[in-house]
Write a protein that binds this ligand. Sequence first.
Ligand code: FES
Length: 153
Amino acid sequence: MSLDAGPSRRTLLGVSAAACSACVLAACAPSGSGSGESATGGGGQGSTAPSAASGTPVQVLKLADVAVGDSSSGEANGQKLLVYRPDQETVEAFSAICTHQGCTVAPAGAEFHCPCHGSVYSAQDGTVLDGPAPKPLPRYTAAIDGDWITVTL
Ligand code: FES
């Protein structure tokens, strides 16, 4: 008699496990590495190509706030950005949204570090140096305009 209860419990557990797996997969898809186009904002550009300059340059940081060889974070039009200054006349800009699961990546000199799972990106070109991040940080067109660093979003 008690054996009859066994299969039905297994069936319930099986259904429950299948439903749970589906939930986990569904939850991962939007914020994971799948399409990830919404994380880039500004029209969902690809991950490595610079944004097609669809807008006008926006002042993000004062030039004096980013030393040569260092990086900093800023924000423009609601988008979190990372800026790196490899030399006196050049600036690079990237999305600060981690391509792994969407955490905000922090500047760390010539690298960018994600605090969530340890991904490390190159500040030179946004490529992944370490960690679970599946692809580079989206890159934006950046320039020096007088005392300002501008980014075209
Ligand atoms: Fe996982 Fe950035 S969100 S490493």
